[in-house]
Design a protein around this ligand. Structure first.
Ligand code: FES
Length: 107
């Protein structure tokens, strides 16, 4: 199963195994990774699943939809060029080893 590493603002990291069809948000919440609230449950309505994708992985992610782009304008922590909504990152075998950083806050 593809694995994702979540790096917290204090440098601590959590590496979790994902399941088929899961999003990076679902993998985090299923494993109790704190720092991702996902208040809307993955429906692209809340932006509380904001993550910063490691630069080395950015080009390997699918382009974001307009809906995600608009929501990222309302994140609690600063939007950066590598900002994404983790509920919109659907894990595939090609993303095995993905690294994302968690923002200071989600609300
Ligand atoms: Fe709400 Fe991702 S969980 S936008």
């Amino acid at each position: 199963m593809p694995a994702i590493t979540y790096i917290h603002p204090n440098g601590r990291s959590d590496r979790v195994e994902t399941s088929d069809g899961e999003s990076a948000m679902q993998a985090a919440t299923r494993h109790g990774v704190d720092g991702i609230l996902a208040e809307c449950g993955g429906n692209a309505m809340c932006a509380t699943c904001h993550v910063y994708v490691d630069e080395s992985w950015l080009a390997r992610l699918p382009a974001m939809a307009d809906e995600e782009d608009a929501l990222l304008e309302g994140t609690a922590s600063e939007r950066l060029p590598n900002s994404r909504l983790s509920c919109q990152i659907h894990i595939t075998p090609a993303l095995d080893g993905l690294i994302v950083r968690l923002p200071e806050r989600q609300v």
